[in-house]
Design a protein around this ligand. Structure first.
Ligand SMILES: Nc1ncnc2c1ncn2[C@@H]1O[C@H](COP(=O)(O)OP(=O)(O)O)[C@@H](O)[C@H]1O
Ligand SMILES: [Mg+2]
Length: 318
């Protein structure tokens, strides 16, 4: 029975163990309908295992989820009919053309021929492969193959699209094209679950982000919310008209309440928990008193990398 609530997906203590190793550890969270939702975490965090469970490829050891209104464990074939997947590694029939590959996928879903033809043409236009519709896919670049994979995932008009590290291994230009395609799909109303280990990508693309590490959810929110978590740092970068003396650096550190700082000749970078009002004035007063001119001052927002390091007390493993 389909359950109606505002969520596209609801994870309830979803867990997967491999022997005694826990790859995904009691994940509970909700994804809203129409949301572009990111799972962000280093390699081995458990992203693919999570996606594989939510797309019915792998059975949870414990817990459950409601996906597109159906019970993941007990209604897996109903879940399967309503979701599309762009897997981390996708295999095409390389001797077949895009139209022929999609034809084959249509057969797997028992779709009728005219729907498959119409839908394939529409989708190949969306993923900008229509001109190549009759060319064997073996000749395609990585970016083109990945766009083909998106078309394949969308063929049966799913309500939710799962994309597992779709840009990993692509050249910068293809990466941008794929992100734009993802945004287009999102704006057309599709719910998208997007995994990545690239913090900048998650930051730019995803509406809300679940940060995972060692199978656990360690933080969840919009990029703004995550960055405002206590501990995430703002950086103030000063460029002076001369090398900064050790005394000046330590005075700047004390004045700003910096938790850490970096000094390289005339450059001083102060990491502060927040940008207190009046701080810039105080810095400039201090410099005036010391007879030093400020050539440039720049402010940097905290990044998701700062958030991750603060939460895990380590650099992103990769
Ligand atoms: N079939 C499996 N058997 C044993 N361990 C696995 C299996 N699949 C994944 N793992 C382990 O689970 C952890 C999470 O893997 P994965 O979900 O692929 O992470 P991610 O996609 O975030 O890189 C890794 O330590 C991986 O080695
Ligand atoms: Mg993975």
């Amino acid at each position: 029975m389909e359950r109606a609530n505002g969520y596209a997906i609801e994870l309830k203590g979803l867990t997967r163990r491999f022997g005694s190793f826990t790859a995904v550890n009691t994940l509970s969270l909700q994804v809203k309908k129409g949301e572009l939702f990111g799972f962000l975490g280093p390699n081995g965090a458990g992203k693919t295992t999570t996606i594989n469970m939510l797309t019915t490829l792998l059975k949870p050891t414990d817990g459950n989820a409601i996906v597109a209104g159906y019970d993941l464990v007990n209604e897996d074939s109903l879940v399967r009919s309503r979701i599309g997947v762009v897997p981390q590694s996708f295999s095409l029939f390389e001797e077949l053309t895009p139209l022929e590959n999609l034809w084959y996928i249509g057969e797997l879903y028992s779709m009728d021929n005219s729907t498959v033809r119409k839908r394939s043409e529409e989708l190949l236009k969306i993923v900008t492969l229509y001109d190549k519709r009759n060319v064997p896919t073996g000749t395609f670049s990585g970016g083109m193959k990945q766009r083909m994979s998106v078309a394949a995932g969308l063929l049966h008009s799913p309500q939710i699209l799962f994309m597992d590290e779709p840009t990993t291994g692509l050249d910068p230009q293809s990466r941008i094209a794929l992100r734009e395609l993802t945004e287009e799909l999102h704006h057309s109303g599709m719910t998208i679950i997007y995994t990545t280990h690239d913090m900048e990508e998650a930051d730019k693309l995803c509406e809300r982000i679940a940060i995972m590490d060692h199978g656990k959810l360690i933080a969840l929110g919009t990029s703004e919310e995550l960055k405002s978590l206590q501990g995430a740092r703002h950086t103030i970068r000063l460029e002076l008209d001369r090398h900064a003396s050790a005394t000046l650096v330590s005075k700047l550190k004390a004045l700003s309440g910096a938790t850490s700082m970096r000094n390289d000749g005339p450059i001083v970078e102060l990491s502060v928990p927040s940008l207190r009002s009046g701080l810039v004035h105080k810095i400039s007063d201090l410099l005036t008193r010391e007879g030093v001119d400020l050539k440039e001052i720049k402010f940097q927002e905290p990044t998701l990398e700062d958030v991750f390091i603060d939460l895990t007390k380590k650099e992103l493993r990769d």
